[in-house]
Design a binder for this molecule. Structure first.
Ligand code: ZN
Ligand code: MN
Length: 155
């Protein structure tokens, strides 16, 4: 279920070249997969998905392609305190909810007006705010469901 338009190869080529990067089939495949999913995959997950389309691609190439796309503003990297990272093909400002059980990331449809953060900025002692990142944490619908008894029955 694409949540935004996957830009065609020619536009992708222009966006890469505008940033001094070459268009390659590997980069295009990584981009197409990332832009067509709302699952915020890890590099490993991108590798597994793209490998079926580009069998010769390596995990190292996937990593580098992802970083190139991020550097060109074609993807967003979400980093976490444990050192893990996920990638988002959606580049417009939006917020996320993260399930602490299964680690899945969900896009939030809501938007918090910038002005609502002014209460936080007060008393930040001269800190110059240039942006903010908001993430809700909790349990996704599947993890919140008391399904353990069902699982026991099926095994
Ligand atoms: Zn979950
Ligand atoms: Mn997202």
């Amino acid at each position: 279920m694409p949540k935004q338009d996957v830009i065609p190869d020619e536009i992708l080529r222009e966006a890469l070249e505008a940033n001094g990067q070459r268009f390659t089939e590997q980069r295009a495949a990584v981009y197409r997969f990332l832009a067509s999913t709302d699952k915020h995959p890890t590099a490993d997950e991108v590798f597994l998905a793209v490998r079926s389309e580009v069998p010769v691609i390596s995990l190292a190439t996937v990593y580098k392609s992802l970083e190139t796309l991020v550097g060109c503003g074609l993807a967003v990297k979400l980093t976490y305190g444990d050192g893990s990272a996920r990638y988002d093909g959606r580049t417009d400002p939006h917020h996320h909810a993260r399930c602490v059980q299964c680690s899945r990331i969900f896009d939030l449809p809501g938007h918090l007006p910038r002005e609502d953060l002014s209460a936080l900025e007060q008393g930040s002692d001269g800190f110059q705010v240039t942006g903010y990142r908001l993430e809700l944490t909790g349990f996704c619908r599947e993890c919140a469901e008391p399904s353990s008894s069902e699982e026991r029955e099926s095994t």
